[in-house]
Design a protein around this ligand. Structure first.
Ligand code: GLY
Length: 413
């Protein structure tokens, strides 16, 4: 059905092209126009970003993150969880454009993160290294990048506790704290770090990384979800017994609410676990989470979620474009794995999300938005931090989803 529609519109484009100069986009069909729109805008915005960032730091070993209350760009150090996203976006821009300029920038910004391979101060090593070095290795295949990925997996593995069967997200003497006191906080976001572990086993043959990833995914599946398949943000374990102590939020509206980006990490995480293992339980879980999101009565018509599905101020509260971009990317992975009927539902929803994100409502006008691509994301409302701003990871997952969509169109689906 979908293929017939694509052919029908492509045919119209062919006829129209005889009269109106309708040109095929890189996505090959008019549907693919959003891919060109997004990447053309990314090229303009990141050119501006590189100029802007050069004014802030001469050594450049600080990476674009967001925009502060003073309207200036905020930058992250290399050990911040967001450090890999700008290099990763540069890799996506190179992948799309094949322009050597973007390859050189991607290599340069990726190289800043090399010391992160030995870092184990929090769980986000996977986000940081896989977005940057992981994409670099996927595109370049160089051994030096592979070595960084494997060493980073060793570092991340140091945060695994056999008793709990999961990776410790945050050290309890640092970072965000709970009023009840955390002993071994594991957050749903941690699912994304598993990709680094799965890939490290593939690249090294060392199955210990894979086993940690599977154990973490299983413990999270067991303890992080409510009966409706929404996810808690933080599950705090007893590190001596492995028992669950509390289920909390740090960034959501309340402990019982469904923080939108947490749901996004959950669906993305189980889709990647299925892709890495072929274990049907992970596919089923990812589909349940996707269905929870897509059928939620508080999901707006443009399919870009409010920052928390249960904020009582809906509709008078903030959207989170980052959650929309992550969910769109996850749904496009699911569209490649699910049975045909579900695949069509997920693909249609993802494309609608990408159309929304590529509209003036979210896509920055050229030369605005401090060099970021998307507007209207939320970092953490409870911490009064990064509210209704651009975020480097919204841009990263938007570009990733556009590339997945391009691959789907090229395959004729
Ligand atoms: N991983 C942190 C966040 O999603 O805000």
């Amino acid at each position: 059905m979908l293929k017939l529609n694509l052919l029908g519109i492509a045919g119209l484009c062919f006829i129209a092209s005889s009269f109106m100069g309708c040109t095929a986009q890189k996505g090959e069909t008019p549907q693919g126009a959003i891919i060109d729109t997004g990447f053309t805008r990314a090229s303009v915005q990141f050119t501006n970003m590189l100029d802007t960032v050069a004014k802030y730091r001469t050594d450049n070993k600080f990476l674009p993150k967001s925009v502060g209350k003073d309207g200036k760009n905020t930058l992250s150090g290399i050990y911040d969880w967001t450090s890999g996203f700008f290099p990763g976006s540069l890799w996506y821009l190179y992948e799309y454009s094949q322009d050597q300029k973007w390859k050189a920038e991607a290599e340069k910004w990726t190289s800043f993160l090399e010391p992160v391979k030995d870092f184990h101060g929090h769980h986000d090593v996977g986000f940081m290294i896989y977005s940057s070095y992981g994409n670099g290795y996927r595109l370049m295949g160089n051994d030096a990048y592979k070595a960084v990925i494997i060493q980073a997996a060793r570092s991340l593995s140091k945060r695994y506790n056999e008793k709990v069967g999961a990776i410790l997200s945050w050290d309890t003497d640092k970072g965000w704290q709970s009023e009840r006191g955390w002993e071994y906080p594991v957050i749903i976001d941690n699912m994304i770090n598993l990709e680094l572990l799965f890939k490290a086993t593939e690249f090294s043959g060392d199955s210990s990384f894979y086993k940690i990833a599977v154990s973490h995914a299983d413990r999270t599946l067991e303890n992080h979800f409510r009966p409706d398949y929404s996810s808690f943000h933080v599950v705090d374990y007893d590190p001596e017994t492995g028992e669950v102590r509390h289920r909390h939020t740090a960034q959501g509206f309340s402990h019982e609410s469904a923080w939108a980006r947490g749901q996004a990490w959950a669906v993305y995480g189980y889709a990647l676990c299925y892709s890495a293992t072929g274990d049907e339980r992970y596919l089923v879980q990812a589909q349940h989470i996707a269905d929870y999101i897509l059928n939620h009565p508080n999901l707006p018509a443009d399919l870009i979620p409010y920052w928390d599905f249960n904020d009582p101020k809906i509709p008078n509260t903030y959207r989170d474009a980052s959650a929309g971009a992550i969910i769109a990317s996850a749904l496009l992975s699911l569209a490649d794995m699910a049975d045909p009927e579900k695949a069509a539902t997920y693909q249609d929803a993802a494309v609608k999300m990408l159309q929304s994100l590529s509209s003036d409502d979210y896509l920055a006008k050229p030369g605005t938005n401090n060099g970021f691509i998307l507007k209207h994301s939320v970092g953490s409302i409870p911490h009064d931090n990064e509210i209704d701003v651009p975020l480097s990871y919204a841009d990263y997952y938007y570009l990733e989803a556009l590339l997945k969509y391009q691959a789907i169109l090229k395959a004729g689906n």
